[in-house]
Design a protein around this ligand. Sequence first.
Ligand code: HEM
Length: 232
Amino acid sequence: MPYADLTRVVLETDQRQLPRSHAEKYELKTIWYWYPLYCLGGIAFVAFVILTITGILLGFFYVPDGRLEINPTTQNLTNPAWNSMLVIMNEIPFGFIVRGMHHWAAHIMIAAVFLHMCRVYFTGAYKKPRELNWLLGVVLMLITIMFGYSGYLLPANNLSEGAANIGINMTRASPVIGDQLARLLFGDINTLTGVYILRWYWIHVFILPLLGTGLMILHMGLVWLQGVAEPH
Ligand code: HEM
């Protein structure tokens, strides 16, 4: 064996002081570039914590009533939910910052959850024995999307109305129970009177947080028990 190679072998075995690196242990051919992407699940969770804190603060001032009324001074059509958004943005100290943080954390959470799912897929981390955690992840993804949809309705502006109409039509298109389900979720199924705001507020601040928090604890508890999958 050439002298230089012999030196290397000795250094890597007998005299080695450091533990073997991950790349050496698993004989990876390249440095594993993708480690930063292992943060994405954690980033989604941090975004969720920020959303919870800022959401609690917004809840002190938001009025979940979207029923239409005429503004006595301007004679414009308005509603208490939208008026409470104006108060949060223009009168409550730091209100616009707290709303802004809630808005951007929501965007970051959706992006992080999607990219986290891509990371899990492309590293093959969904394979045995982590199938259950992948399925839990699918439900968490749906919950995250529903958080986004319900939050989009809450300002009770024209965009919210548009989104509510799309939601009603999609729900009504479900077989057999479509109409009943739409009535349950939105209150009205033909002309919007604004009842949908209270329904979706309850989904946004109670049902989804309850389900989401429980499933996130389970999801991350499983990662804690099973360990993070090694890349190969
Ligand atoms: C609210 C959304 C979610 C949160 C807070 C979350 C959180 C986490 C965290 C903190 C980890 C540890 C490793 C890492 O961060 O990459 C993890 C791992 C994992 N997640 Fe998620 N996750 C979410 C959604 C999803 C989705 C949508 C999927 C797939 C459909 C998924 C499937 C998995 C799997 C299979 C693992 C184990 C990966 C491994 O061992 O390498 N998760 N998750």
